[in-house]
Design a protein around this ligand. Sequence first.
Ligand code: DGL
Length: 262
Amino acid sequence: MLDARPILFFDSGVGGLSILAPTRRAVPQAPIVYVADSAGFPYGVKDEAEIAGRVPALLGRLAERYAPRLIVIACNTASTIALAAVRYALDIPIVGTVPAIKPAAALSRTRTIGVLGTAATVRQAYVDDLAARFAADCHVIRHGSAALVTLAEAKLRGETVAPATVRDAVAPMLASPGADKLDTVALACTHFPLLADELALAFGPGVTFVDGGPGIARRVADLTRGQSFARTTPDVAVFTGAIGAGLEETLAKHGFGQCIPL
Ligand code: DGL
């Protein structure tokens, strides 16, 4: 029998679209519900207790409403803080998005890597642990930026992003001691791959970027191997608060037939 249960993608905003794109290529027939917690946006400037309380409760509600086969927390901030609690609370597979420090360290020749995320993500013990396990011989430069999150949302609403604003946002990372050797940067916020062109300009040609998207697509494909998929309704994007002007058009381009409030 064909299975209409969706895969639910969750982020504070539209950042999760950077994770969704490779997953759609891996499992094109999978029905998707995309949830943007626009009422709680932005996560990166909030404290741990707020994210730890909000995300499992909201995902519990969403799991009841949409009965997904699998949830992808397409947000590094939510994953590094609340992944364990969500897995504990829900009886379906939960795929988290955590900073791509392992692939960054594997690629780096200079053994100097960057972790560019939100302020909340880059200070997590989860990141200390990934760095100790996979990049122990690397100099790891961390930088948290709320401005890049805002700029990525603006870009997807159709606004022009001035290269200088992106350059300013990453300037503290480039000014850190040892940053002249930086050759690989983990984009540890799902909003940031949406600014890939602007970031490439800001960092210059010697720096390669990695993010969690391809790994998550492989994981979703593995977890759903052998399952059937039936798309009985157009894919839907759900907003917990305001739906930013201009976003509906972008979401339509990403395959969402409708945008609705929760
Ligand atoms: N997209 C989110 C992340 O991956 C967080 C952006 C925000 O709400 O600050 O961390």
